[in-house]
Design a protein around this ligand. Structure first.
Ligand code: ADP
Length: 545
């Protein structure tokens, strides 16, 4: 190529006619002229300086039209800058091989060329122009483009097909789902004609598919309800909202053979171009109803059984209490005889007793008294529990009853060296059963003395407050641990030992006291401090008489 332009020349003056060139050059120029590729030279000012026959054919311009024109003549909008980027590469004397680019034919048509660029340098190595060889690849490119377009179209087609297939698949699945649903599914038009029915609907109602398609949906309601069903159906279509059918009612459906079965139905309206349809999902609840019925029956028999057992338990309890009452009574009679005769012996009316006999007699007397107390407690509690204890309440002087109880226990207190007294503020009146009030007081005072060491004190006070009188029995005894203060009122509950170290009593006294106080409209409680003493309070309704 270097030989092709031996002298540094002004590009515009590149000879266009090979015949004006010397022999070797003419020869070279002939090659250029006969090349299948367009060969043109671009001057440094960007103008076309040389133009061969192939250039004429490829771009459509005659040499006279092209030479001297700016190369932008051939540019395709958007691609004109591409070759300029290679200038740096060319300056370094390198070729730029084959890049494909769009160009414009004289007719305005788009053509594609594969371009190679080479610098044209003068003797000093300075670039004086660019030789461009352009091969027409329009045909190939067009074919490629057509192919690409075809491929795109094919891909789009395939996509469409896939989409259609997916829809078909979804529809198929949906149908499968409906078909295999455990509920009967029906779609009904505005007139009640069945338009869709799944397999479950066939088996549930005992119709074939064709038969279902031929009957009105009202025929699936029990005979007696059909007229009503048709009415309701119209109401539902008018309201047009999804809801369960016959809320709160026991719904039934009827099979082809006339038998009926309980159902649950959910309705939803479906608006389509051809009108309003209603989809009904129907569940056969026979089994569930049976289970419900079964549970109900079971529950009823359980309740009946429970009531019977309760009654039986009450009867046995009553029997037990009656038995306890009668056995206590039977025990008391001989015990009274023993006590009576022991007393007679003690009087020594039939001759004096020696010291040993007196001691034996004392044992007989104290144990008999103890036994009598125990039997009395058991008898009382049995009577209370059997509801057989009757109270005879009347207005009473607290002082009177307290004095009686205190006096009766003075000997016992004296025997234990415990001081016992009623205080001065006892002038109150209550409504109570005198015998039972005395029993309560005796119990509390007896306990007070029992749980107080020698030298201690027991005393009884009373105070009126808001329609009640509170009577308090206090002692300076062993006291009761705080956590036991509630439990001591339970049956047979005993905290520990008496100061004498033994266990006396039955653990029934306070239980009986609580029953007796509550039966008379009052309540009982205790305040206590260990080793300092206890205060048992109970209330009774005040009397103004
Ligand atoms: P008991 O026959 O054992 O006295 P109670 O029901 O009368 O039965 O008393 C239950 C328990 O309460 C007694 O065993 C004793 O532990 C405790 N208790 C009752 N009164 C007193 C008291 N004044 N001081 C200390 N402990 C008492």
């Amino acid at each position: 190529m270097k030989d092709f332009v031996p002298d540094p020349v002004e590009p515009e003056s590149f000879p266009a006619d090979p015949r004006s060139l010397p022999h070797a050059e003419r020869w070279l120029a002939a090659i250029v002229e006969s090349s299948d590729d367009a060969i043109l030279i671009e001057s440094l000012t960007g103008r076309i300086a040389s133009w061969n026959a192939a250039a004429r054919r490829i771009f459509g311009y005659e040499a006279e039209e092209a030479i001297g024109q700016p190369v932008s003549l051939l540019a395709w909008p958007g691609e004109e800058q591409r070759s300029e980027g290679f200038l740096e590469q060319l300056r370094r004397g390198q070729r730029v091989e084959h890049f494909e680019v769009a160009r414009r034919h004289k007719s305005g048509r788009k053509i594609f060329v594969s371009l190679s660029l080479s610098p044209i340098v003068d003797g000093s190595g300075a670039i004086v122009g660019i030789a461009k060889i352009a091969r027409d690849i329009t045909e190939r490119k067009t074919a490629e483009e057509a192919l690409a377009e075809q491929q795109l179209r094919l891909a789009a087609l395939m996509e469409q097909e896939a989409r259609a297939r997916a829809e078909a698949l979804a529809e198929h699945r949906f149908r499968d789902l409906i078909e295999s649903a455990p509920d009967a599914i029906l779609q009904v038009d505005a007139r009640g004609r069945i338009v869709i029915a799944n397999r479950t609907a066939e088996t549930m109602f005992g119709y074939s598919h064709d038969e279902l398609m031929a009957v009105n949906v009202d025929a699936l309601a029990p005979e007696a309800n059909r007229a009503n069903h048709a009415e309701r159906r119209k109401d539902f279509a008018a309201a047009g909202e999804t809801r369960p059918m016959g809320q709160g009612l026991d719904l039934y459906a009827q099979r082809k053979d006339g038998t009926q079965f309980p159902v649950e139905i959910s309705l939803s309206p479906v608006q389509t171009e051809s009108g309003t349809y209603v989809t009904a999902v129907i569940r056969d609840v026979t089994e569930r109803k049976q289970i419900e019925q079964w549970v109900h029956t079971l529950q009823e028999s359980y309740v009946t059984e429970l009531a019977a057992r309760h009654q039986e338990a009450e009867r046995l309890n009553q029997l037990k209490s009656e038995f306890m009452a009668s056995i206590s009574h039977e025990l008391r009679t001989p015990l009274h005889t023993i006590i009576g005769f022991a007393e007679l012996l003690g009087e020594e009316a039939n001759g004096p007793l020696n010291e040993k006999q007196r001691r034996f007699l004392h044992h007989i007397q104290s144990d008999s008294e103890h036994l009598l107390g125990l039997i009395n407690d058991v008898l009382d509690l049995s009577r209370i529990e059997a509801g057989g204890l009757n109270l005879h309440t009347e207005p009473l002087s607290v002082r009177e009853v307290v004095c009686e109880a205190v006096n009766a226990l003075l000997p016992y207190a004296a025997s234990k060296s415990v001081s016992l007294r009623g205080s001065d503020d006892l002038d109150h009146r209550v409504v109570a059963d005198p015998m039972r009030l005395r029993q309560i007081l005796s119990n509390l005072i007896h306990n007070g003395v029992k749980f107080t060491p020698a030298g201690g004190k027991v005393w009884v006070e009373a105070a009126a407050d808001e329609g009640f009188v509170t009577i308090t029995v206090s002692d300076t005894g062993v006291g009761i641990p705080a956590k036991e203060c509630e439990r001591i009122f339970d049956k047979f509950y005993q905290v520990g030992f008496t100061p004498a170290g033994g266990r006396e009593g039955t653990g029934l006294g306070l239980t009986i006291c609580r029953h007796l106080v509550e039966m008379q409209g009052g309540k009982i409680w205790v305040e206590s401090r260990l080793r300092q003493g206890s205060r048992f309070h109970f209330t009774l309704p005040a009397s103004h008489l």
